[in-house]
Design a protein around this ligand. Structure first.
Ligand code: CU
Length: 315
């Protein structure tokens, strides 16, 4: 129960244990008194009911004691919460982007990962944004959790991990169909391993692979988690599959009017930048967010290249 994996786990565990302890004391105490009274005051043992007048002394006692207990519990929580909001100045900054249904961790040198790598014994601050709905970043072993509210600039949490290891990281706010896909890991490594990892550039694709059309596009889509909603094998997920769409007719709703269009470069581009403009028939509006600010022209072109390759084999 007591983890000690982060600088906050001690305070949170202590507050938890004390509150559970107090609750158990009263649960057992009150139950015992109830059972005792059942015997003491049943009709056989106490045939004549007696009237008991109020007692000011008792009323003061049962008001003041719980008040002190409740204030004490509040203080326990408050005193371990306040340090969580005070980020030390030397904390390592990591930008977190949450979206349906993935996490993205971006480091100050531009490195992007879907797993959270951090050095042990170092304060880390996560500055978090959501691109769509409310998510919540939760690392149970560290006893930290913070909502990521879209449109709110100041979603942040900080902590210092104390033990090298791998820990679960979840989204703790139900955020739609594939909410459970938002599980990933925190990898706590020693400073030396971290520095090496941090300095290493992502593995370069070998040239044969890079020469294949669409590979670049596929990697971009992997990173942006397009595949959380779109399959490439024809199965319908949250959004339509990419398989075989290029060059084929699709029925869309544009401004409430239904029309048929042929999927071409311009249409795919528009679907990514203005997903609201043409809604594919049978799919809900407003599920896909615009990627206008997240993708460059070139990246969109790469994505189009890749989607094209998914229509080739049937020719
Ligand atoms: Cu989520």
């Amino acid at each position: 129960m007591f983890s000690g994996y982060s600088n906050f786990s001690g305070g949170v565990d202590m507050a938890f244990a004390i509150i559970v302890g107090i609750s158990l004391f009263f649960l057992i105490g009150i139950t015992a008194v109830i059972i005792y009274f059942i015997f003491k005051y049943n009709k056989k043992n106490n045939p004549v009911a007696s009237e008991i007048e109020g007692s000011t002394k008792l009323e003061i006692i049962w008001t003041v004691i719980p008040l002190i207990l409740v204030l004490f519990m509040f203080w326990l929580g408050w005193s371990s919460y306040i340090p969580q909001r005070k980020v030390p100045a030397d904390a390592m900054k990591i930008k977190v982007t949450a979206q349906m249904w993935s996490w993205r961790f971006e480091y100050e040198n531009g490195k992007v990962e879907d797993t959270l790598y951090i050095p042990v014994n170092k304060a880390v601050v996560l500055n978090m944004v959501s691109l769509d709905v409310i998510h919540s970043l939760y690392i149970p072993a560290f006893r930290v959790k913070e909502d990521v509210v879209p449109g709110k600039a100041e979603n942040y949490m900080w902590f210092k991990s104390l033990v090298v290891g791998s820990y679960d990281l979840f989204c703790a706010e139900y955020c739609g169909l594939r909410h459970s896909y938002m599980g990933t890991m925190v990898e706590v490594v020693d400073q030396k391993t971290f520095d090496k990892w941090y300095a290493a550039t992502p593995p370069k694709m070998d040239s044969a692979m890079a020469a294949k059309p669409g590979v670049e596009g596929r990697m971009i889509m992997d990173k942006k988690a397009c595949f959380a909603c779109h399959s490439i094998d024809g199965s319908k997920l949250v959004g339509p599959s990419y398989k075989g769409i290029f060059g084929h007719k699709v029925t869309v709703q544009s401004n409430g009017k239904e029309r048929e269009i042929v999927v071409d470069e311009a249409y795919i581009k528009k679907s990514i930048i203005e997903p609201e403009a043409d809604i594919v028939k049978g799919f809900p509006k407003g599920t896909m967010v615009s990627y206008k600010t997240q993708l460059t022209e070139k990246e969109i072109d790469e994505i189009i290249e890749y989607i094209k390759t998914l229509s080739e084999d049937e020719k």
